[in-house]
Design a protein around this ligand. Sequence first.
Ligand code: UD1
Length: 421
Amino acid sequence: MDSILVTGNGALSGQIPIAGAKNACLTLMPATLLSEEPLTLTNAPRLSDIKTMTALLQSLGAEVSTLQDGQVIAMSSHDLTSHTADYEIVRKMRASNLVLGPLLARFGQAVVSLPGGCAIGARPMDLHTEGLEALGAEIELKDGYLHASAPRGLTGAVHEMRFASVGATENIVMAATLAKGTTVLKNAAREPEIVDLVECLRKMGAQISGEGTSTIEIQGVDLLHGATHQVVTDRIELGTYMLAPAICGGEVELLGGRLSLVGAFVEKLDAAGIEVEETAKGLKVRRRNGRVQAVDVTTEPFPGFPTDLQAQMMALLCTAEGTSVLEEKIFENRFMHAPELTRMGARIDVQGGTATVTGVDRLKGAPVMATDLRASVSLILAGLAAEGETVVSRVYHLDRGYEHVVQKLEGVGAKIERIKS
Ligand code: UD1
């Protein structure tokens, strides 16, 4: 298994290009199942999660091919052969469940494995199934698989979600595009990836309004067409690399970044003493003089502070002046990076969903282990500013969500290399 060697090397400067959003691409790809005509995505990120979704769509009989070194994904679902998402694929990646809504809408049936537990928490599917049942689906659990059917087709309904789940919103919206009549989804998630999905569905002929607010209205249509759509910028990759100059000092411009994607995060950076400026090309980030200041952070659904940036923010706060309290409200077990950061000299006390971080002057390099995608990049960020060498092992987690991480950080002056094993 490969590992990454990082050596603390002082201030960074230069530009980092930000890729298309993994999480947007993972919901846009299953949208191909809604139409017989081709769907083409541009600005796609080159990641192993995208390969997993490709394999899943192909296992259903969809044609998927890539152009421009993977940045363009062309798909066609004119001749599907299966409506079963197998456990062997779903267990690798929870986002596989995003085929449920589209398959059900187009074929009136879908069989999708339950994802099972993952490192950061239980993550059940009840919010997805409740929404689809409100549209008339019958769903039962057999042998670890959700068997969904809509013998009389799906019918629009008014449904209020108990929690604004991102994936459930995406599945319900996709299903409702082909339902009979109007669906009103209340307490919908408002993430930019959902807005991106709706923009693509609209190009395919769907009639949807209210995306980006907590009420989305979908007027069902008989069929959807082909389309070409550019994947929105990855706000989590953006936020992650914004933290590199924040942690190391210097000034870095994140190409393609926009403030509207990272508002709550930028507010916390500002309080910590990090300046962010919107430019014609993206976002420029620099650290004000002096030490980073402690700030308290609570993760929330968008537009709140994203859970997917909590681990990376913790890496910054490990060397801040003062004590920061981080509260994780989205996932029950998302502090596995804390003991690894502690190995590098951080002072972190975790009690349930709260981590209290007391800043130290400097972290020290150490061998550490990545436990999930965002945790792994937080260890790299910490290593960039630590004294000496940090070796991050199990980097296959990283490959799920960050393309060309070594090249991107090397490009701004970091000392980082991938060690093949
Ligand atoms: C998406 C993102 C993930 C991000 C998360 C929260 C993708 C591919 N992944 O995941 O990176 O961390 O949003 O911003 O877009 N829940 C239930 N029942 C359900 C569904 C969810 O209880 O049916 C719970 C989950 O266990 C979790 C919370 O709701 O505690 C949030 O999950 P959700 O918003 O659904 O996240 P995902 O769509 O899985």
